[in-house]
Ligand binder design. Structure first.
Ligand code: 13P
Length: 258
């Protein structure tokens, strides 16, 4: 991790948990988290719990995030949530482009970029996910896939609030499988993403941007592998699934990022 970039650990609950878990876990995590520390801790529970979560937050380093956001400002889009609504429910962040959204809901990189734009324009920080499948990796197509996913993101760098973009590298083969990328594999991709950012940001006259944007790693992050991942120079935090549902595990991961 670089000393100058923000560090973030975000817990993506996906469609897990309950109101009872929220009421037990959020206070426990806040209690176990030292007041001073480098990383921001984000809880991303299912949307129906966001309002209650916001009311439970007391820790200066904790924040609320949505798991998705609509690309539209408002309108007849049944089931969708506008960025302004997330903001009003206490959110500071919104995950976009998670591989489960891309896979089960057919979301394209262009749609993901539109969602990120909507989030940024409303004042949220988008956590933009990218990641390759095992077949992509085994056929040597990792960077081809990631760079295609990133192409749609390039335009976002022009936005006035572009310095608030967060990227998350989540190899699909590491999500929920217990098969974490090695710290070297993660660093290798993060460095490629950073180089890509450098080229894009320089081309539009914003060279500083590349060094400012945090790149989180996600995929089977646990208490026992978090420190080694976060020791990598371009890994600026974690996007955590399963382990974010257990207070002790999640606290340990956050401490590794401090
Ligand atoms: P796991 O940590 O359960 O592998 O999930 C990772 C993830 O998809 C977070 O968004």
């Amino acid at each position: 991790m670089s000393p100058s970039r923000p560090r973030i650990v975000a817990g993506n609950w996906k469609m897990h948990g309950s109101r009872a878990l929220l009421r037990a876990l959020v206070p426990a995590v806040q209690q176990g988290l030292p007041a001073a520390g480098r990383c921001q801790v984000v809880f991303c529970p299912p949307a129906v719990y966001l309002g209650e979560l916001a009311g439970l937050l007391q820790h200066p380093r904790c924040a609320v995030g949505g798991q998705d956001v609509s690309a539209h400002v408002s309108g007849a889009y049944t089931g969708e949530l506008a960025a302004a609504m997330l903001l009003e429910s206490g959110c500071r962040y919104a995950i976009v482009g998670h591989s489960e959204r891309r896979r089960y809901h057919g979301e394209s990189s262009e749609l993901v970029a539109a969602k990120a734009t909507a989030a940024l324009s409303a004042g949220l920080l988008p956590i933009i996910c990218i990641g390759e499948t095992l077949a992509d990796r085994e056929s040597g197509r990792t960077w081809a896939v990631l760079s295609a996913q990133l192409t749609a993101v390039a335009e976002l760098l022009q936005q006035p609030r572009a310095s608030e973009i967060v990227l998350a590298y989540e190899p699909v083969w590491a999500i929920g499988t217990g098969r974490t990328a090695t710290p070297e594999q993660a660093q290798d991709v993060h460095a490629q993403v950073r180089n890509w950012l450098q080229e894009q940001a320089s081309a539009i006259g914003k060279p500083m941007l590349a060094g400012q944007l945090p790149i989180l790693y996600g995929g089977s992050v646990k208490a026992d592998n978090a420190a080694a991942l976060m020791a990598q120079p371009d890994v600026d935090g974690a996007l955590v699934g399963g382990a974010s549902l257990q207070a002790d595990e999640f606290i340990a991961i956050c401490r590794s990022a401090d």
